[in-house]
Design a protein around this ligand. Structure first.
Ligand SMILES: *Cc1c(COP(=O)(O)O)cnc(C)c1O
Length: 358
């Protein structure tokens, strides 16, 4: 039996999106595909408030996260980390054969503008990676303030992962001036995994041309060439692009302000539920994610047992990630969900908790 998903990715996919994916296949070197591609890209530019290029990568997010490093690290990269995904990105950078340093803060804390400034002031780096919303800890870092710091370092490529925040919170790329901004569609876009989105600045494209060893599959220069024809270098996951198109039209009809508001309300309701049940939140106050809530286990709750019971009832819930597995649990509140879906989960947890909490 398929479970209703409350895990922070993949998130629940609505029937209308599944139906969009079931459309008959089209060839990717056709006018029909080019029109679809163009409309998807135009909607993404609207969503992100940018006129820069937007590429569609047939991969999960880490594909293009690796690609960004291969395209833009010439001298040395600094990877800022405050959780499992951001730390993994450092490992990925090294595995690409790049020189890189890890600047890590305690899990649960955000990356601050001061920390970024201090690292970049050394002059050692020509690229940095930052995760806006660290999904392993439920921490959102202050990206607007960090972007301001980045303006003082025009020679450092600003590579931003918004994998679990894009489309759930406002992201104004025109103001943030990122060089690369990445998302996968299985988080707030609420689509099946396998498609990644990446906005790339003209400045980054020009730099990529000078960087050796970009490979082929994630080469931004190849993507840009295909983009001229509203296409992709290799065969894209057309079914998911059908669904992304459908999802973007849905976002336009809901309205972005309403969509952001819905996410804020779900986040607030989830935090309130956890606090009112005697739990505390894992992130440092003020850095709470809008798309998932990471709750600290109070050591009275058997999270494995809770997950099992919820599973038997048809719900997939999370019991923490990486080194904070079972020490925390995360509730996702993003994508197509509404307060009603969250209430359904709270009711379930209220029913199950007494049996697993001492
Ligand atoms: C899920 C996630 C990733 C990894 O994405 P994949 O699509 O599994 O490659 C990277 N960064 C963040 C912030 C994520 O939430």
């Amino acid at each position: 039996m398929a479970k209703k998903l409350y895990i922070p990715g993949p998130t629940q996919v609505s029937p209308d999106m599944l139906a969009a994916m079931a459309q008959p296949m089209i060839g990717h070197r056709t006018k029909e595909y080019a029109a679809l591609h163009k409309d998807v890209v135009e909607h993404l530019r609207w969503l992100l408030n940018t006129r820069e290029r937007v590429f569609l990568s047939t991969s999960s997010s880490f594909g293009i996260m690796e690609g960004a490093v291969r395209n833009l690290v010439g001298k040395r990269c600094v990877n800022f980390a405050n959780g499992a995904f951001s730390k993994k990105w450092h490992d990925v950078t090294l595995r690409c054969g790049k020189e890189a340093d890890l600047v890590e803060v305690e899990w649960g804390k955000p990356i601050t503008p001061e920390l970024v400034d201090k690292a970049l002031a050394t002059g050692k780096y020509d690229a940095m990676t930052l995760i806006h919303n660290e999904t392993s800890t439920g921490v959102m870092s202050p990206v607007a303030e960090i972007a301001e710091v980045m303006q003082r370092y025009p020679d450092v490529s600003f590579i931003l992962d918004t994998v679990s925040s894009m489309s759930a919170v406002p992201l104004d790329l025109d103001a943030l001036k990122t060089d690369v901004c990445i998302a996968g569609v299985q988080k707030a876009f609420a689509l099946p995994a396998g498609l990644a989105i990446c906005a790339v600045s003209e400045r980054a494209l020009a730099k990529a041309e000078t960087i050796p060893g970009r490979g082929y599959y994630f080469d931004f220069v190849e993507f840009a060439k295909s983009d001229e024809k509203n296409n992709t270098p290799s065969t894209p996951c057309i079914s998911q692009i059908f669904a992304l198109h459908q999802q973007l039209l849905k976002m336009a009809s809901e309205g972005l302000e309403k969509r952001y508001q819905r996410h804020r309300e779900m986040a607030e309701a989830t935090r309130n539920w956890a606090l009112s049940r005697g739990f505390t939140l894992f992130p440092e106050p003020g850095s709470y994610s809008m798309t998932l809530t990471c709750v600290r286990n109070d050591d009275r709750t058997d999270l494995e047992a809770l997950k099992k019971l919820a599973g038997e009832r048809g719900y997939a819930i999370d019991n923490g990630y990486g080194k904070i597995k079972n020490k925390t649990f995360r509730i996702a509140h993003m994508g197509d969900y509404t307060l009603k879906d969250m209430q359904e989960l709270f009711d379930l947890l209220d029913e199950l908790l007494p049996a697993v909490r001492s």
